[in-house]
Design a protein around this ligand. Structure first.
Ligand code: URA
Length: 437
């Protein structure tokens, strides 16, 4: 077996065997196969796709390239969720304590932001002293005691994905359903939860630009997860505008606290739906009782109290939970509408880039981020505006401020006609069916 033969086979669109996939992925992870041959195979996969069996073998091989977290030391059922990434996706921050209030455990390993998407770990670190790098023993202890804990991903979780993702990023091979599936599912399966809800985003600010491709990705990920013996389901949700109105690190913590105090918006709607679906997937609830449990934990203050308990257990300063006005934010500058009309569309990916340009995100891993910057959306798609109305308030520290204000203005399209209404969730995907909303 040679790398050359395997590349050629995939180039002609033939199905690779498990042994061929293992040979290639293991060889690459152990530096026996060079970048140029891996790049050629990645491009052949991008162009010709992979069957379900090939995708399963790829995921399995990447999963076993590193540690697999053993959650057996946690009492009760451990649930997890994973979003394919978007702008203002603050769901985890309020979801973890909310689920813990409903009697399931959340032992979550999250990532940092890179490029135009933010990362949960960066957001949590805007709370002074919050510790996201705990030992596994301490992590399990907090999950057992509090019900939820969120830490950074351990170094040796699916190392094959780390190498492959960096290569895909520079070879235009990110946008491939089997490769995205292998990347996400290897990490999710290695993270050890028993029931996982995938939130597959579509639209301007997502990897999947259309609903149809998002459903396709969701279906294969759910199949692979269930084939690996875990309970997986997926929601396909809209990312044509930022999910939260407040976008940026400290700003997203403030927005999550507002939701835990009962504020209703797109973020709370989506988070409640994710929570309901996960509670049903856990086997502890039916739809009706899950909806009721989520609603009451959000409105009676238990979710916020649980969040505070988690912050305290992870060493964070809880004054910021009680008094979110204490977060230091940048100076404000408003972006206003040039004309009358309806907010018709947004270039969400550009809006995500705005946070990075202001200093709130990273272009390379070593960049130090400023938690105090970001922006607040004052309008949503479909809103009627008059020239001079504030569209967005930017929080800045004099870094690229004018550039960002121009970028934001150019990213929000105002037209005379009203856009077609959009639902937050488009479909719910389980092993055997797709339910459309
Ligand atoms: N997120 C991942 O972790 N991997 C991908 O390939 C795409 C999104």
């Amino acid at each position: 077996m040679t790398a050359y033969d395997i590349i050629e086979k995939k180039r002609y669109g033939k199905e690779l065997t498990d042994d061929e996939i293992n040979f290639f992925i293991n060889g690459y992870t152990l530096n026996r196969i060079p970048d140029y041959q891996m790049s050629a195979l990645l491009m052949a996969i991008c162009c010709n796709g992979m069957s379900e069996n090939e995708t399963f073998a790829l995921t399995n091989c990447m999963l076993h390239s590193g540690d697999i977290v053993d959650m057996s030391k946690i009492d009760g059922i451990v649930v997890d969720k994973h979003s394919t990434g978007g702008v203002g996706d603050t769901t985890t921050l309020a979801l973890a304590p909310l689920l813990a209030c409903c009697g399931v455990k959340v032992a979550k390993m999250s990532g940092r932001g890179l490029g135009f998407t933010g990362g949960t770990i960066d957001k949590l670190e805007s709370i002074p002293d919050f510790n996201t790098s705990l030992s596994q023993e301490k992590f399990f202890e907090i999950v057992n005691k509090v019900g939820c804990c969120v830490i950074g991903q351990t170094e040796n979780l699916a190392p094959a994905d780390k190498k492959l993702y960096a290569l895909r990023d520079v070879t235009a091979t990110i946008d491939s359903i089997p490769l995205i599936c292998g990347s996400i599912m290897s990490k999710k399966l290695a993270s050890g939860a028993q029931a996982v809800l995938l939130d597959v985003k579509y639209g301007e600010g997502a990897f999947m630009k259309t609903k149809e491709r998002a459903v396709e990705l969701a279906q294969i990920m759910v199949k692979i997860g269930n084939r690996a013996g875990k309970k997986f389901a997926a929601l396909v949700t809209d990312m044509s505008e930022p999910l939260a109105t407040k976008v940026g690190n400290s700003l997203e913590i403030i927005g999550a606290i507002e939701v835990m105090k009962g504020k209703r918006n797109r973020l709370s709607d989506e988070m409640s739906l994710v929570a309901e679906k996960l509670l049903v997937l856990s086997g502890k609830y039916d739809s009706e009782s899950a909806r009721h449990a989520v609603e009451s934990a959000l409105t009676d203050g238990r979710a916020l109290a649980k969040f505070k308990e988690m912050v305290e257990a992870q060493g964070g300063n809880t004054i910021f939970v009680d008094h979110p006005e204490k977060f230091a934010l940048g100076e404000t500058k408003d972006v206003t509408a040039d004309k009358d009309g309806y907010v018709y569309s947004m270039r969400t990916e550009e809006l995500g880039k705005a946070v990075t340009l202001l200093g709130g995100g990273r272009m390379v891993k070593s960049d130090v981020i400023d938690h105090s910057v970001g922006f607040e959306m004052r309008v949503s798609i479909g809103d009627k505006v008059t020239a001079g109305d504030v569209l967005v308030t930017v929080y800045h520290r004099d870094k690229n401020t004018d550039l960002v204000c121009d970028l934001i203005k150019n990213s929000i399209e105002i037209r005379d006609e009203m856009p077609a209404p959009k639902k937050t969730a488009y479909a719910y995907v389980t092993e055997n069916e797709v339910e459309y909303y």
